[in-house]
Design a protein around this ligand. Structure first.
Ligand code: SAH
Length: 390
């Protein structure tokens, strides 16, 4: 079942520290006909078992899914998924006020490239690698065993995220039940989620805690939510007593759902615009007390990092220039390759360019259903700040 890979002397140290990636340069011996997605066992030069993972041609050659020698079968996935599920139950992610959460977060839950979201019993699986995609049947059986009757449907949305398909046809499809969309509860607010037509898996559950904080800052404020998608932050701002809420997104379908969400939650004083954030903000000097900037990842690779930093700098400088005196800026970056120190420096540069004094009120990050472990610091991708602008 497993092919064997032997690592160069000394290349086992990162595995002994439980880092889940093996780079191609670390490999000393492998079978000639290894295919993307094949399960492999890794050994040191002196033939000690190190880990099990799936192979891919590329700079990351093996992604580790186990550090103990074991069969990769339904039982394996039951153990992984029940661990992830119990963790979320223990820390209170799953409760009567919230039924939308990330059930499985890649390396943070011990399986690189596997993302599973739960929307009120509708499960969306997203494989980011052919190795994990090939395991989907067992993953589905394991999900059914762990969550039982709670599951209403399971949708596999991997066609855009599996990069090297290795001649496998990867299509989006239901693997159990069938449903197009649902209304979820997040901190008692209602959100319409459409996983088949929406972006990513349908909803950005990673901003749950930060949205709640926006709600707490919004009383009597004029609020602008840019890159609003389906209005997550806008609904909390409205609920928090904002005088006025504007949502802006380039995507017309997203804005349509944004309006629907405002209606679902009886939010008054809300207006949504299909527009580019940079254009929209140009002539909005001294209009808003609170602005949210939550752009898509400007950089997806290290090569794109410099350009991304310029994008963040330009965006934040523009918002800082336009916001009212004493305004509050919520600013985010979800680019993994822009770490929190680089983001911090970028914000400092924006304030210089805008000629505004700022104070940092709070640092923000991803919620605990997107766990970060010390063995894999790369898993920390979402960072944000709450700024006061003089
Ligand atoms: N804040 C949202 C998630 C944002 S995802 C939430 O809480 O759910 C990023 C969004 O930015 C996407 O909806 C995308 O359509 C939008 N977008 C991308 N480029 C944009 C631009 N230049 N101006 C406005 N919106 C943009």
């Amino acid at each position: 079942m497993f092919s064997k890979i032997v690592l160069h002397k000394g290349k086992e140290v990162s595995l002994l520290r439980k880092h889940p990636w093996v780079f191609s340069g670390a490999i000393k011996v492998k079978e000639a006909n290894l295919k993307d997605g094949d399960l492999v066992e890794l050994f040191s030069v002196d033939n000690k078992y190190l880990a099990t993972g799936y192979f891919a041609n590329g700079s990351i050659a093996v992604r580790i899914i186990s550090f103990v020698q074991t069969a990769i079968d339904k039982n394996f996935w039951v153990e992984k998924i029940s661990k992830a599920y119990n963790y979320r139950k223990q820390i209170g992610i799953v409760n009567e006020h919230t039924n939308a959460y990330r059930l499985f977060f890649g390396e943070g839950d011990g399986v690189p490239a596997l993302v599973i979201d739960n929307y009120n019993g509708h499960i969306v699986i997203q494989a980011h690698n052919i190795g994990v995609y090939l395991q989907r049947r067992d993953i589905v059986e394991a999900l059914k065993e762990v969550l039982g009757k709670e599951i209403k449907s399971i949708y596999d949305k991997s066609s855009e995220t599996v990069s090297n398909k290795n001649n496998t046809q990867v299509k989006n499809e239901f693997l159990f039940g069938e449903a197009e969309n649902t209304v979820v509860l997040e901190n008692n607010l209602k959100f319409f989620v459409d996983w088949s037509k929406g972006q990513k898996t349908g909803f950005f559950v990673d901003q749950r805690d930060n949205r709640k904080l926006v709600g707490a800052y919004s009383k009597n404020k004029t609020v602008l939510n840019t890159f609003a998608y389906t209005g997550g932050f806008s609904i909390y701002a409205g609920q928090g007593g904002a005088k006025l809420v504007h949502s802006v997104d380039v995507s017309a379908p997203a804005i349509e759902i944004c309006n629907k969400n405002a209606e679902l939650n009886h939010i008054q004083n809300h207006e949504a615009f299909v527009a580019d954030t940079f254009d929209f903000l140009k002539d909005k000097k001294d209009v808003y007390d609170l602005i949210i900037l939550d752009p898509p990842a400007f950089a997806k690779s290290r090569d794109a990092r410099h350009q991304a930093v310029n994008g963040y700098k330009r965006l934040n400088a523009l918002a800082m220039k336009q916001i009212k005196s004493g305004g509050i800026l919520f600013t985010f970056s979800c680019s993994g390759v822009v770490d929190k120190f680089l983001f911090y420096n970028t914000i400092a540069a924006s304030a210089m360019e805008a000629g505004r004094n700022i104070k940092i009120l709070q640092y923000l990050n991803q919620p605990s259903d997107h766990p970060v472990t010390p063995f894999f610091p790369e898993g920390e991708y979402l960072k944000g700040m709450v700024l006061w602008v003089e």
